[in-house]
Ligand binder design. Sequence first.
Ligand code: SDX
Length: 434
Amino acid sequence: MSKKNKTAKLTIGTTGQELELPILSGTQGPDAIDVTSLYKEAGVFTYDPGFMSTASCDSGITYIDGDKGILRYRGYDIAELAKGSTFVEVCYLLLNGKLPNKKEFNEFNRTITEHTLVHEQIHFMYRGFPRRAHPMAILSGAFASLSAFYHDSLDINDPAQRDLSAFRMIAKVPTLAAMAYKYSIGQPAVYPRNDLSFSENFLHMMFAVPAEEYKVDPVLAKAMDQIFILHADHEQNASTSTVRLAGSSQANPFTCISAGIASLWGPAHGGANEAVINMLEEIGDVKNIPEFIKRAQDKNDPFRLMGFGHRVYKNYDPRAAVLKDTCSKVLKALGQINDPLLKIAKELEKIALNDDYFVKRKLYPNVDFYSGIIYKAMGIPTSMYTPLFALARTVGWVAQWREMMEDPAQRIGRPRQLYVGEKPRKYTPLSKRK
Ligand code: SDX
């Protein structure tokens, strides 16, 4: 980050005070006006409830250009990584800022593999949940409970313990997610295996049963790995900002990531992938699409086109473009290319992208629009879609959390407010109130 020799001039209308605020420049993207001293110098706050124009931090992990539909992890384009990399390699990249050489990759891959088991007591903890519990309810609780088991990786001021907690969280989240699924269908948990890759292991833990050998389909494993890459990080989205704010109080990493899982669960955020499938099933047939397009534009109707629109992308979400292609490939490989939901999704996208309401508001399909169709074709239940998002995003949350903890200027996040409540008034004892 550099301080350009430019400043922003601000005149406070109420007092006539004139201020010059420094302008900060990153390596790419918009400059930022540094308002850190504004309240101290002028006694006023900035006001930006949805953070439409606010940079909460500086970060070198992910770059998004919403107008051009660009997404890069540590400078590498998402489509190139999705095509040529693996999720474990992308984990190394996000955490360390560079691609690993062969030795570094093998060491990192071995470390992650050796941390996939969870403490046996956690299996007993799952039995305390009702079988019908939403897997996200189990995952957020189980993830926070990791801080009850792994006391040797809670000291956030010890770099070695920060690394150990990072490896544990990335490695154990697939195990916890698959355990939540198995628990919900009354099947025994399947333990991770060290002879399988990250994504093969996840599919094995999801679909293997003790009664027979389960062969992982390489097409599905590759598609799963690619989907994890696409969901790994996304700058300062709601759940990542939640993790950063929780971490700024120096809470332990397991509970900070659990806070991120909670935020991701919302249908406006990571819960949208589950909502997209529910929406496509509600539409039911391409002939009903016009009615739903109309409802999405009706301010009196809470219905929104799920999987459409984005705070940052005012162009096609580059992840959705990759997923659309993967979707067709996976359905073709599974002999489901005529899946009615895919047909409705493609027709819905075509109509919406030519409808003035969506065009004017620059509403395009986002990462959640096609992912659910792939999951459904793979036999994954809708309740597991957001847990899969959380599984992949854990590395992004961890990388962002570590970047913040390693920043010597790091301090607790404590936003202010515009107070619109009552003016001072005297207390009246109950006996005197009418
Ligand atoms: C993710 O931030 C991230 O990076 C998130 C994410 C990540 O990787 O972490 O990319 C993952 O969360 C993707 C988004 C998943 N959510 C959905 O698909 C839910 C449906 N989308 C909308 O809820 C909405 O688009 C948001 C929440 C995604 C963005 O909301 P904003 O930026 O606050 O935009 P807005 O609500 O102010 O909408 C602007 C206008 C409004 O109309 P007007 O008031 O101008 O008339 O667009 C309309 C909105 O009503 N609008 C939609 C719409 N999304 C916005 N209208 C119909 N359907 C939609 N989906």
